[in-house]
Ligand binder design. Structure first.
Ligand code: HEM
Length: 459
């Protein structure tokens, strides 16, 4: 078997990828082209950034599978039965259960709430004081995900979940947890004051809270609720048996870890580009203005230029550089190379989005390209594809547009340092701006167009 070309195996390769993945991918792409091999130990990892090859990875379900085994490294984070660890029938079934509450009318029903959450969080900022956009967007996306997953937006239970998940998600991004995930010998429960002990403590608290919520909702079913938890309470598993509390619990960590940070990363990048390029901001404001006072969320979400700006933000710096890994199960030819069973392959979202033939001047932020051309799902793939395509895509795009529209219409922001060129930096699997994006809130208007200085205290 002849593998696609690639650099000589060395321990430094992985470090290069981890420390500056975009630069690493740019270098590999320039040197080897659309398909190359990186040796990770004795296992070849084939990276593909050609739409034809990506299509094969996503659609050759018999030869290439979304094997859960390949994601085992994430098990201490999302559990052994998280969506990422599953494959085959069970994986397909769990994803089907998630589709109704994360799509269509059910997501659209959160529109007003998303705008309100964005306002609530933005109103906590002080006028003329710098703030970091990334953690601010994380606050917004945490509240939105609490609503979508558990239907909670106020009250004591909501506060308990919000506080706990905020701790859990920020500890999950910490260096301590990163080290423990890389070095299993560090995973020792030495009590709450040790990193691993603290992580287990947070998880136990999460389980306790979630199981209490599940029990209470089972006892008092409310068919009018549209959230993910309500959908799962009376669902059956792939064998037709009612889902146990543990089955239900296991679904949530992947959704929380998959969803909150990716959305915050995407919105932060969009804020960066919009405020870096005045012409983009102007055109967006004009488009939003055309909807009149208090537009409804569905009209906002249908705006073509706003959609193009979101797509371009997701293209130029996708939140994930590569898709989750896929496993070659039986021999398959991909772009002239015969891949044998055991080979691992990943679509490179970043390099595909940087192709000159698809995106002329790929390093430039040009939303118009999405108005002028339709891209196939193998050319534009910020949410991956195939068996593991992001189940939160509809919610994420709707949220992104509504949060941006709310911020643009009501809050006049500027970049704290207009000359600073932001670069992505890994935080878990996502790549937000390395600095966290410092911005300043100049003005808040009570209505679109009419500005008034609202001085609120910073938190
Ligand atoms: C702008 C926001 C988001 C982006 C760019 C994004 C991107 C992605 C990507 C690239 C993948 C990997 C797909 C593959 O390997 O083919 C993925 C998977 C996933 N995403 Fe998202 N995501 C976002 C928001 C969300 C949200 C809001 C949720 C939850 C409600 C979510 C939950 C997940 C889960 C659970 C998976 C794993 C799916 C599986 O294993 O079957 N994501 N996402």
């Amino acid at each position: 078997m002849k593998l696609p070309p690639g650099p000589k195996a060395s321990s430094g390769l992985l470090r290069q990828f981890e420390s500056d993945p975009l630069n690493f991918m740019d270098t590999m792409g320039d040197r080897y082209g659309d398909i190359f091999t990186i040796m990770a130990g004795s296992t070849p990892l084939v990276i593909v950034s050609n739409p034809q090859g990506i299509k094969q990875i996503f659609t050759s379900a018999k030869e290439i599978t979304a094997s859960g085994k390949l994601n085992q490294g994430g098990a201490p984070l999302v559990g052994n039965n998280g969506l990422l660890m599953l494959d085959g029938l069970r994986h397909k079934h769990r994803r089907q259960l998630l589709m109704p509450p994360l799509h269509g009318n059910r997501v659209q029903a959160y529109g007003q709430r998303i705008c309100q959450v964005a306002e609530k969080v933005m109103n906590e900022l002080a006028i003329a004081q710098p703030f970091y956009a990334y953690p601010t967007m994380q606050k917004i996306t945490l509240e939105v995900i609490l609503q979508a997953l558990f239907g909670l937006y106020e009250g004591e239970r909501y506060e308990q979940f919000r506080r706990l998940l905020s701790n859990l998600l920020s500890f999950a991004r910490s260096r301590w947890l990163g080290l423990s995930l890389s070095y299993p010998f560090l995973r020792k429960d030495l009590g709450r004051w040790s990193p691993w002990g603290y992580w287990l403590h947070l998880q136990r608290q999460f389980d306790k809270l979630l199981y209490t919520e599940i029990e209470e909702r089972r006892a008092q079913a409310d068919p009018s609720r549209a959230d993910v938890l309500s959908e799962l309470l009376f669902a059956c598993d792939e064998t037709g048996q009612p889902m146990t509390n543990q089955d239900i619990r296991d679904i949530f960590p992947s959704l929380l870890f998959g969803g909150q940070d990716a959305s915050a990363t995407a919105i932060t990048w969009a804020l960066y580009w919009i405020h870096r390029l005045p012409a983009v901001r102007e055109r967006l404001l004009e488009e939003l203005d055309s909807l009149g006072e208090n537009p409804d969320p569905m009209s906002i979400s249908a705006l073509p230029y706003l959609s193009a700006v979101c797509n371009e933000a997701l293209r130029i710096y996708p939140t994930q550089v590569v898709t989750f890994p896929r496993l070659v199960e039986s021999p398959i030819e991909v772009m002239g190379y015969e891949l044998s069973p055991g080979t691992v392959t990943r679509g490179c979202i970043y390099l595909t989005h940087q192709r000159e033939d698809l995106y002329p001047e790929p390093k430039q932020f040009k939303p118009e390209r999405f108005l002028e051309r339709q891209y196939s799902p193998y050319e534009f793939l910020p949410f991956g594809g195939g068996a593991r395509r992001c189940p939160g895509e509809a919610l994420a795009l709707f949220e992104m547009k509504l949060v941006l529209a709310t911020i643009l219409c009501r809050y006049q922001l500027v970049l704290a340092d207009e000359k600073r060129v932001e670069k992505p930096k890994a935080r878990g699997v996502n790549y937000p701006p390395a600095s966290g994006l410092k911005m300043i809130l100049l003005e808040v208007s009570s209505h679109k167009g009419r500005s008034q200085q609202l001085v609120t205290s910073s938190t």
